[in-house]
Write a protein that binds this ligand. Structure first.
Ligand code: SF4
Length: 370
């Protein structure tokens, strides 16, 4: 059963049916429509309206159920999803990546060390293997396969791609759309050893998108896991919360008082694009990152999160004018229209318009020096 919109709820209420108690305010809302809108957002209880019909109460009761359970293993949460698509709300817990270590195998120690030491950093996030599952014995901070099977988790042993995919989709739809309690256990796909890592990667990628709560691998391959974690990070990033970095002054290649000074907002993707270029410049530089709620420069400007006053405030906060002798700040080319406004507010520095794209910074700097 899908969630009702405010308008759909309103159709059940006295004001829509033009019956007694229309807009009576007894629920604390000024109108039935206001109540319907609040109820759609789960900001009021259906019980507050004494005149709501039984069929609406039944729908609300059904919708109040959690579609999928959350299971916790060693602090790692599995499941808890309540939408089919990320744009409807957000996904709750990313697909857990687990590796099986079979203690009966002669090389298990070497594999265990590789799994434990595996770590990648991507868009400021440090990513490691979420869970180690042991067979034929146990190790600290791991779970045995036997113990895993006793948890309320649904296991799908991957054999044929189409069958696994269909099962994953059916289970998620039953859980989310019908709130069917028979399908409320989180689901994991178990991959047995294979020599075909390309096929494994393709299948695992699909199951991350639709709809495995956990993937369990008998194989451990650093390249495979890096690929899957990169995909997972993209799928499970909340679209309503832009990735952002800390607002501060970043230093590249040991800058001194005369080094170049660049400026951008704290939107992570912009930051990393610019930071990569500054790192590879033959000269040192500073990058002033202004707080802009993780918005890119143009979005921040149009939402008034990147204003001349805010930039001046950031410079003052870091006491930057007293730290450097260089008196030029290079702003993103996309903000060329703000040059005069910034110049008006920032008296200590000359505002220089830089490049629109980060990749052009190298050539821009070469021309600056000529
Ligand atoms: Fe409408 Fe019910 Fe609120 Fe009265 S109590 S205003 S009928 S929603």
């Amino acid at each position: 059963m899908t969630e009702l919109s405010g308008l759909q709820i309103f159709k059940y209420l006295p004001a829509a049916k033009k019956t007694e108690h229309t807009n009576c305010k007894e629920c604390g809302c000024p109108t039935c429509m206001a109540f319907a809108l609040k109820l759609a957002k789960h900001n009021i209880d259906i019980g507050q309206c004494k005149y709501a019909p039984e069929d609406l109460k039944r729908i609300c009761e059904q919708n109040a159920k959690q579609p999928q359970k959350i299971i916790e293993i060693n602090g790692i949460k599995i499941g808890g999803e309540n939408v089919l698509y990320r744009h409807e709300k957000t996904f709750i817990n990313k697909t857990v990546i687990a590796i099986v270590i079979d203690l009966s195998k002669p090389d298990w120690k070497e594999t265990f060390e590789r799994v434990k030491n595996f770590e990648i950093t991507r868009v400021n996030e440090h990513l490691k293997i979420d869970l180690i599952i042991t067979k034929n014995g146990n190790l600290p901070d791991c779970i045995t396969y036997d113990a895993l099977q006793k948890l309320p988790l649904k296991e799908i042993i991957d054999k044929e791609f189409s069958k696994t995919a269909e099962e994953l989709i059916t289970i998620r739809k039953k859980a989310v759309l019908e709130k069917d309690e028979n399908y409320s256990d989180p689901v994991y796909v178990y991959f047995k050893h294979t020599d075909d890592l390309n096929l494994l990667c393709a299948k695992a990628s699909y199951y991350i998108c639709k709809y495995a709560n956990m993937l369990v691998f008998e194989d451990f391959d650093e390249n495979l896991i890096t690929t899957l974690m990169t995909l997972r990070q993209n799928i499970f990033t909340d679209p309503q919360k832009p990735l952002q970095v800390e607002s501060k002054i970043y230093e590249f290649n040991n800058p001194d008082k005369n080094s170049l000074i660049f400026m951008t907002t704290n939107f992570a993707l912009t930051f990393f694009a610019v930071a990569n270029e500054l790192e590879s410049l033959p000269v040192p530089s500073y990058l002033i990152v202004t707080p802009a709620e993780g918005m890119s420069v143009l979005t921040a400007w149009s939402a008034e999160k990147f204003t001349a006053k805010m930039v001046a405030k950031t410079l003052k906060k870091f006491d930057f004018a007293n730290k450097v002798k260089n008196r030029k700040i290079i702003i993103p080319g996309l903000l060329a229209h703000m040059k005069d406004e910034l110049q008006e507010e920032i008296k200590d520095f000359e505002i220089v318009v830089g490049t629109v794209e980060a990749f052009a910074i190298g050539d821009f700097v070469k021309n600056l020096n000529n």
